[in-house]
Design a protein around this ligand. Sequence first.
Ligand code: F58
Length: 826
Amino acid sequence: RRIGPTFRTSHPLASGPVVQPAPTVDGFVETFLGELNYGQGVLLSQSTVNDQYLALARTVRRYLMADWLETGARRRQAQQKTVAYLSAEYLLGRQLGNNLLATNLQDVADAAMSRCGIDIASLRAQEVEPGLGNGGLGRLAACFVDSLATMDVPCIGYGIRYEYGIFRQTFEGDRQVEVPDSWLSLGSPWEFPHPERQVLVHFGGRTEEVTDENGRVVCRWVPDWNVVGMPYHYMVPGHRNGVVNTLRLWSAKATQAFDLQIFNSGDYAEAVRAQTFAENISKVLYPEDSTPQGKELRLQQQYFFVACSLHDFIDNTLPHDFDLRRLPERLVVQLNDTHPVIAIPELMRILVDRKGFDWDEAWDITKRCFAYTCHTLLPEALEVWSVELLGRLLPRHLEIIYRINEEFLEEVREAFPGDEMLVRRMSVIAEHPERSVRMAYLATVAGSKVNGVAELHSQLLRDKVLPDFSRMWPDKFTNVTNGITPRRFVLLANRRLSDLVTDTIGDGWVTDLDRLRELEPYADDASFRAAFREVKQGNKERLAALLRVRDGLEIPQDSMLDVMVKRLHEYKRQTLKLLHIVSLYDDVVSGRVAAEDLTPRTVVFGAKAAPGYHLAKEIIFLVNAVADTVNADPRVAGRLSVAFPANYNVTLAEKLIPAADLSEQISLAGKEASGTGNMKFALNGALTIGTDDGANVEIRRLVGDDHFFLFGMTEPEVERLRPGYTPSMYYEEDARLRSTIDLLASGHFTGGDRQAVAPVIDNLLHQDAFMALADFRSYLDAQERVEAAYADPDAWSRSAILNVARSGFFSSDRSMRDYLDRIWHA
Ligand code: F58
């Protein structure tokens, strides 16, 4: 009540258009100076780069505002089916460049800033990217909301406004050290807090049965603590189409700021205890969950944002008199992995406990509202919550889950009578090693559709991860191959290539990426190939300049740029790449190969390891150690170098990917669900060396075998080899591998310290869960094919151009069309 009622719509000014500043250099300068003076409260002559960046951001915001308000009003009017994308992560990347692109104001802004005597590049560099995601899954969410806005699909992206995003990676003595990412500390011009849309979220307590006014016995949750969810809105502009959708991220606040009595008594820590506790919920992305406290915080985060989001949609977005029986006509909730799956019992609770639906009707509504995307194949990555924890934090939800499971298992018994083993296998409740809730199963039982993220992944999901479910409900399972937004990852990241493409085939490709096919004939045009090589060269120079100032790294120019950037994980096999580097180095230092005969190659790594993932951190250490040694050794100078810039993130990806010649996608077959970096490289004209895994399969099929370097076992071969796999056998039998590993193990790269390399070497020789040694030979052979191909610049650029021309399928616009057709029907 304190915020007052909304304004009278009948007032003559209430329906007037929102005025936006003139899209001219004059208009821009005037708005910018206004923001600087009245928004930041400084004179141009006194302003810092940060003042100028904030004023510029707020200026660009103004050009989007009319469209944002108009889109919102139109959506409220039209009452169309809306996609609620629930994702614990959005790895957005910097906003300024993208928003200038969306508004088509790049040139105007450049001119306006230079008129003010400001170098716009330094303002762009000032922005700290919101790193509200770990990797592929979070970046995918960001690509999807971009595409939905560009396609004018009603969508609200719901998530968490972490105060600290993914850690900033630094290296100390070659080892990863994590520094908190305080992305908000210099101001956050892209967000709009909405305290009037706060939501109260409850936790803990107990349940009880009470008799309602109609004499029915109903369940009631009596929680014992709560927090407030405060939404921050972010603009999600479509590409030059007048549409601006909304991303709504929730921040946790204490219901009571502090206890004044205790404060006045002088116990300041105790006075703010409740506040600290509540606000921890949105404090950091993916808190370490190896401790019980960390696990609990994760579940709190999940329920927190899900409860806020459902409440926001049902009570604040739908009209007040909306008949919830029709909810599936207005809402489809896409669950981005299992993190938001607690939304299923939450919707049941809302419908049954709060809105008075009977169970069956509520269940029918709920099932039609949800769909679930799985992003993994690793069994250990499938989330489970112990019944003890879930029951303590969300007792009513646990009851609901039990009932869902009971009814589901009855269905199983009916469909497959007499198979109690099957019933136990399919139960949403696991009994071992402790009683727990299998979130992927819950999502599969409740979801109208379950999808994997690449063809191979969806197949393995059906056959290996959820085989019983796919037997019971074959039609529930579908595939939507991932995609990437061409706006950020080509138009913004690779201006040189974009200009070349647009000059050649027009600019329709930006929102209709299949049109890149029109480039195919130009692969045979020598002058186009030359122009294409110039683009690559320019991008390599830009990267070299960046790494020089950003990291103090020198990367040679006339060299194949071989890039492996992705999270550090054993299954992705950064160690296989490392073995390759060491083997090339070994060839030269042992005198087997003359340095002049090596193809000049610069290997660039980018990878963060989860803070608690010890082996991954040892691998990082080893990559850095090898880089130091190789780069300092005159015997390979100008022929082989290794760069490992710290803190790989979206901003760095935008510079690295357009410069790459070779894209490393070398996971063990059957482990990488899809990959999306692989798509970004192909679309920017790098050739892939890769296994038959994830979306690599589709990339190879589309670009053609001759333009893709395939190696390694297939997934069925991996499974056949698995029983009794003995990595040391490969070491014994392959002299080149032995020599490579011996050199690594000798301490040559660690100043003689053999202990320092032992964790990685021992693991490779005695475990090698992801079979790097089994694929080593095949990988080396494929790298030799790469070198032979690279020796012919014309043939190489022809292949690279065909990679660009044939990668249109990987637009996230296409992914969105697939979701619309196969899942959302919106
Ligand atoms: C990734 N998963 C897949 N998870 O590994 C990748 O193959 C796929 O292309 C991508 O999703 C998009 O579908 C992924 O990024 C995470 O980041 C988890 C987030 C929660 C903590 C554990 C990692």
